[in-house]
Design a protein around this ligand. Structure first.
Ligand code: TYD
Length: 219
């Protein structure tokens, strides 16, 4: 049985990561791999409730430390119920966001700093880190415009998940630069995709990166 492999997708809201995650899952399945996909916050019963609480714009006055702790409460549940069991079966796990999001949004965006986030990661997640992180960092303005368009659509047709998207540009600038710092620090794990080209071109690039890493595992 092949060893499990843990891949996370990271980036700003509207960076296209969720689309690319779905496309990668489909390609890997077509190549005969068993894939589990999930997202954070969410994916478990408790996690979905935490997600609704954290993302709904009706939620107000959450202090940054509470926000960070709730993100990790969700993550603890996701690790035990989804990620570890799937990896133990040799599956490829694709997770939409993980601790890098907390470091970028709560550490950078909210100003808690990386150290506090990484200390909490260590307590809650031990030494579980992704084998590979695909960080989608297209241009900041393009991401923000896309996220806003999507939220306008959701306001009329879907769940309200707008609390973060209501943040001002300066917040996203801090998130963006925290992501850049993570990518520089963890350059072996994190591959940054800055492409603003087509969905198909990015899909092919991601598939090539993942295939290469999976081949290295076998050698
Ligand atoms: P997500 O559903 O991935 O939103 P999008 O599809 O818009 O990228 O994530 C929801 C929001 O939660 C997103 O604005 C980022 C935020 N978030 C954090 O602030 N910290 C975290 O640890 C995680 C996992 C997400």
């Amino acid at each position: 049985m092949p060893r499990g492999f843990f891949i996370t997708f990271e980036g700003l809201d509207g960076s296209g990561k969720s689309t690319q995650l779905r496309l990668l899952a489909r390609s890997l399945q077509e190549r005969g791999r068993t894939v589990t996909t999930t997202r954070q916050p969410g994916g478990t019963e408790i996690g979905d409730r935490i997600r609704a609480l954290l993302l709904h714009s009706i939620t107000q006055n959450v202090v940054p430390l509470a926000e960070m702790a709730l993100m990790f409460a969700d993550r603890a549940q996701s690790i035990q119920q989804i990620i570890i069991p799937a990896l133990a079966e040799g599956q490829i796990v694709l997770c939409d966001r993980f601790t890098d999001s907390t470091e970028a949004y709560q550490g950078g965006g909210r100003g808690l700093g990386s150290e506090r986030v990484l200390a909490m990661h260590h307590s809650v997640c031990g030494d579980l880190w992704p084998d590979l992180t695909l960080l989608m960092l297209p241009d900041l303005d393009a991401s923000l415009a896309r996220a806003r368009r999507r939220n306008l659509r959701q306001q009329t047709h879907g769940a309200d998940e707008n609390r973060f998207e209501a943040e001002e540009r300066a917040f996203y600038e801090r998130v963006f630069s925290a992501y850049r710092e993570i990518a520089t620090r963890d350059h072996l794990r994190v591959v940054t995709i800055e492409d603003n080209t087509s969905v198909e071109a990015i899909e092919q690039r991601i598939l090539a990166i993942v295939t290469d890493r999976l081949t290295q595992l076998r050698t």
